[in-house]
Write a protein that binds this ligand. Structure first.
Ligand SMILES: [Zn+2]
Length: 499
């Protein structure tokens, strides 16, 4: 656990400490020179020798000839005029990554910034701290034999700020969001023998203490509602399927809520259409969409957002079993529409079909955003750098895309259309759960979902490529669960619904 604080001055002399300072892309002037003591000339010489140009997130770690602090970390911000809140968040995160690599116990982050940076100093300090907190996350609870020399050494990070009170005030909501991101990463990282539908529903109940109303529906209740699509997916599992509804009302009484819906397949073997064994362990994070849904409601409630929001997650385990759903089975969804299950591994859309229909019919939301690790095809299209965005509403799509850009969780809009919709028509039921062969697999999945949103303004985010990173692509997250989408949706609410 790494603690983050704000201080007026760097920590007193220590043998195991680093100070991080930032430079623009000219790298000519190292700022916070006073923090470097008389090492300034040495740093300038090292920057020249290393041909360090100060590009965004470029890092140069130096041993301090003066020995205290032991390390000097120089981090590039790129062009000063382009520095924004996100640049600083990523810079704070990069500083923590460098301090972890340098194995120091303490990190001071100098918030003095190069000339030309337009961000308010208190906001800058808060964003540096937020990035530091996001990157300081670790999921190491199951490692019992790490040698002392291999354990992370970093214990404390302090951001050096002039206007301490203003910085702390700006940081408070960011810290709440970062905590929600950590919570999201925790539940994504947990293995499927720990997080399964009932235990994930129990995690949702933790939001009650933030003033969120949490309801859990079991299989009997869902059967009464006619949720044959969702229930079919879980019928081969000994774990009982769950639907969790989280209501946070921070907005005007009676105002229509925004709705977030998440796919929560706590483990996906593929069912009878079983997946190959290589990499199947990764299917523990096939509940990433539900994790982001829960984390977003947590963030909104924790920072007391002025919005009414409802989060709905469909939680199932997809297993092969004597009672498992078969390819060719026809199920009836809550909407009344029937589905031929051609491939039992295309199960996320079956879960979402009922979760989406339930959400729009009960809450009459002004819009719905769903998140799902839905298709491998989206990774073929976009790699692991962007999520696929599908929408029936240009304005909503643009709002989400703008937030995505601001928080560094990029999206790319993908097409929907009648020609794709026809691809899921079926001979014996209203639709089938996959299209034709391998064509447009992410879009046919989205078309399937669109048949269950009942024309409510809707965005579907296919996060199969971004929910987890096997190497660091998003600088504010270490390897593993990214917690992708919590900061995005929080920003979206804050920019569009709290005004
Ligand atoms: Zn699947």
């Amino acid at each position: 656990m790494i603690t983050i604080s704000f201080n007026a001055k760097p920590a007193s002399a220590s043998k195991s400490a680093a100070i991080a300072v930032f430079v623009g892309d000219d790298a000519s002037a190292v700022h916070a020179k006073e923090s470097l003591g008389n090492a300034g000339a040495y740093v300038a010489q090292a920057i020249a020798a290393a041909e360090f140009k100060g590009g965004k997130n470029a890092t140069l770690t130096l041993l301090n000839p003066n020995k205290s602090p032991s390390h000097l970390i120089i981090i590039g911000l790129g062009k000063a005029a382009d520095v924004n809140a996100l640049t600083l968040e990523e810079a704070g995160a990069t500083a923590v990554a460098a301090a972890l690599a340098a194995k120091v116990a303490h990190l001071d982050i100098a918030s003095a910034l190069p000339k030309g940076v337009k961000v308010d100093t208190a906001v800058a300090a808060a964003r540096l701290a937020s990035g530091a907190k996001l990157r300081a996350y670790a999921f190491d609870k199951y490692k019992t034999k790490t040698k002392p020399e291999d354990k992370p050494k970093l214990k404390t990070v302090s951001v050096i700020a002039s206007a301490l009170d203003k910085a702390k005030k700006a940081y408070a909501p960011l810290a709440a969001i970062a905590d929600a991101v950590s919570f999201t990463r925790d539940i994504v990282s947990e293995p499927a023998n720990v997080i399964y539908p009932e235990t994930l529903a129990a995690e949702c109940k933790k939001l009650v203490k933030l003033g969120v109303k949490v309801e859990v529906l079991g299989e009997a209740a869902m059967k009464k509602l006619g949720m044959g699509a969702l229930l079919g997916v879980g019928q081969g599992s000994v774990r009982e399927s769950q639907l969790v509804i989280m209501q946070y009302n921070g907005g005007k009484k009676g105002a229509k809520p925004i709705a977030i819906v998440g796919k929560g397949v706590t483990f996906d073997t593929g069912g009878i259409s079983i997946k190959p064994s290589g990499g199947m362990e990764e299917m523990k994070w096939d509940m990433g969409g539900s994790a982001t849904t829960i984390g977003t409601i947590m963030a909104l409630a924790a920072r007391k957002a002025k919005v009414n929001a409802v989060g709905v997650v469909g939680l199932v385990e997809n297993m092969p079993d004597g009672n498992a759903q078969r390819p060719g089975d026809v199920v009836k969804s809550m909407s009344g529409q029937t589905i031929e299950v051609i491939n039992t591994d295309a199960e996320g859309r079956l879960v979402l079909a009922d979760a989406l229909w339930y959400t729009q019919s009960r809450f009459k939301p002004q819009c719905i955003v769903d998140l799902a690790t839905l298709t491998g095809a989206i990774i073929v299209c976009l790699g692991s750098w962007r999520a696929g965005l599908f929408s029936n509403n240009d304005k909503l799509a643009e709002q989400i895309a703008a937030s995505a850009k601001r928080v560094g969780e990029p999206v790319w809009r993908m097409p929907l259309g009648d020609e794709y919709d026809k691809m899921i028509n079926c001979d014996i039921a209203d639709m089938q759960n996959v299209g034709e062969g391998r064509e447009a697999g992410s879009t046919t999945a989205a078309q399937f979902l669109q048949r269950f949103v009942n024309n409510v303004p809707w965005v579907h985010l296919d996060i199969a490529g971004v929910a987890w990173q096997n190497k660091v692509r998003f600088p504010v997250a270490p390897k593993g669960a990214v917690g992708w989408g919590v900061r995005l949706l929080n920003d979206w609410v804050s920019e569009n619904y709290e005004g």
